[in-house]
Design a protein around this ligand. Structure first.
Ligand code: AP5
Ligand code: MG
Length: 210
């Protein structure tokens, strides 16, 4: 199964992708995580992307399209993959549709902006493996440490309130049009992401059966 997770920042794409990845044994391709890794490694790409990310803007389409195309050509994606955070513009969706890759379903997780602001204010992320936590909704077992790898948890640089506001603006103008784009193609499945993580996961699984 080749799946797109389409949703606003903080709606739970990464959280649900992790559960789907465990269930189906297919990798998650997260453009945000790939960019953050490049920033941490100090690569040219990371240096270029950092400013866009910290301003709550999108990294240019050509860069992202190239990054995703080479990632999904890797062997571990041959039995399926979950795209988390791509495509995010009509141009990215058109590039994907013009490629050889066939997408089976597009899942939109709906969460209102007020709830997103609260979620991102409490998010923690593992510096080493990228696993996401929430101070209240998904606390780590040991304070400040990742349950999976024991790495240190940090607040993402783009989770500052003013950056979150800009990320939501960017989402509404540039990414939300993809909801209608995929609806018209009959590929869209929609779930409410307002329930608990496990309940949202169940709703996601049943939406994917349709
Ligand atoms: P990216 O990393 O993709 O960030 P995003 O889209 O803003 O989404 P987030 O990762 O912030 O949220 P999420 O939906 O994964 O939610 P999560 O599961 O963590 O991209 C970062 C940046 O990179 C972009 O702004 C852009 O600059 C650039 N970029 C990336 N892709 C690009 C592209 N294609 N084109 C151009 N630029 C690109 O959950 C959030 C919090 O809520 C967590 O704390 C979690 O524990 C909690 N939570 C999750 N679900 C629930 C629930 N059901 N109940 C309670 N709490 C919950
Ligand atoms: Mg994410």
């Amino acid at each position: 199964m080749n799946l797109i997770l389409l949703a606003a920042p903080g709606a739970g794409k990464g959280t649900q992708a992790e559960l789907l990845c465990e269930k189906f044994g297919i990798p998650t391709v997260s453009t945000g995580a790939m960019l953050r890794k490049n920033i941490a490694d100090g690569t040219q790409l990371g240096k270029m992307a950092e400013k866009y990310i910290n301003d709550g803007k999108l990294v240019p389409d050509d860069v992202i399209i190239g990054l995703v195309q080479s990632r999904i050509a890797e062997g571990d994606c041959k039995n399926g993959f979950i795209l988390d955070g791509f495509p995010r513009t009509i141009a990215q969706a058109e590039a994907l549709s013009a490629s050889d890759v066939k997408i089976d379903k597009v899942l939109n997780i709906e969460v209102p902006d007020e709830k997103i602001i609260e979620r991102l204010a409490g998010r923690l992320e593992c510096k080493s493996c990228g696993t996401t936590y929430h101070k209240e909704h998904r606390p780590p077992k040991v304070d400040g440490k990742c349950d999976r790898c024991g790495g240190d948890l940090r607040v993402r640089d783009d989770d500052k309130p003013e950056t979150v506001k800009q990320r939501l603006k960017t989402y509404h103008t540039q990414t939300k049009p993809l909801v209608d784009y995929y609806k018209e193609k009959g590929m869209l499945r929609v779930v409410s992401g307002q329930e608990k993580i496990e309940d949202t996961h169940k709703a996601v699984l049943s939406a994917l059966e349709k």
